[in-house]
Ligand binder design. Sequence first.
Ligand code: ASP
Length: 441
Amino acid sequence: MSKRIVCKFGGSSVADAEQFKKIKKIITSDNKRGIIVVSAPGKRNPKETKLTDLFYSAHDLAVKGVDISGPWNVIRERYLEITKNLGLNSDTVTDDFALLEKQLREKPEEITEDYLVSRGEFLCAKIMAEYLDAQFVDSYPLIKFDKRYRVLGQSYTDINQALSDESKIYVVPGFYGSGTKGNLKTFTRGGSDITGAILAKACDAHVYENWTDVSGLLMADPRIVADARPMSYVSYREIRELSYSGASVLHDEAIAPCRDKDIKINIRNTNRPDDAGTIIGPEVEGNKEIITGIAGRTEFSMIHIEKSMMNKERGFGRKVLSIIENQNLSYEHSPTGIDSMSIVVDSKSFSDVEDNVLEDIRLEMNPDSIKVIENLALIATVGHGMSHNVGVAAKLFTALADEKVNVRVIDQGSSELNIIIGIDENDYEKAIKAIYKAFVS
Ligand code: ASP
């Protein structure tokens, strides 16, 4: 493992020149921070639109043959304002803008959506490199995907070589790479996190710092538990189990590359650089809190099927799950009884295919009854500390019972890493508060 630190700065951290200045301080305060990944500039206030979204709009208008001036002028002004306020020469980006605009207006069919949108991070990285007096390295030729979107092994070698000089500072745009035919491909939204993780893996980084606008992760949603405690350490596995939480700070796919090499991910706040933030890393032995965090989400539905002698009918579960799969639906949980099976699914995705799913189950499985339970919330209580600890479930269910919360689904993985409950949506906040109070407050 090298001593180098990969730092990724998200949209809010590069939203304007003042944020760039904070980044310079962060980078110069530790000379191990040699590899910088940036997102496209984000919102400066809640009313604004992220530049990435404006790039999508501009492309949409251009291919429809409609004037792009609306979003385009806003995008250009934002970049020019940043360069101006940093005292940089605007030539860094004006030529790029002129060329892109000409293409969009004259030959929009020659510019793909992925390419145009990727300019959000590309231009931001160019400005950042100039401002930090660092070397700009484009991610397009370095990060290559196969047809199934997996990063090719060769990419790791190429990245390692391209960023090999440990005395230098490199700035790399996040969010994209190239597909099998040399076409530029973006990741899914929020994908600059993945770029940072790939670079961290390729360079055997000591730590991957993910700089954002919060000082790490909290043990529960602060909109529900106002004084929720910060998590100082959470394992890779725990963070996956906590991914139900609506506002996820880190892209799901950024974990795996770091996990492959046990590289710790440190979530940090650009606006409060002295805060230690949260570390996401390998499991650690030793005395831990019983729970690490609580996360949940509403808007789930449960399909409940009953059929006598179900347990003797071979392949029943497999067939039901293939019906779900054939409708392109993924499922969250599947609690079973001897003559019953339930499948918990996301309500929004389910509503599009509900009739087909129910009809197929009726026709193919011939159940005694089938019903759909709507408005379900799932809550995951997560922590390695629960394992082999007597009384955890008792404490959790007592807390819920005391608040008169009826539990409809219970699921505890055999790893004892989590207990997931399904409850009526109306009890959602009450339940989170009750669990938090029982284990944390
Ligand atoms: N700019 C991209 C997005 O808005 C990628 C990122 O910010 O990570 O999704």
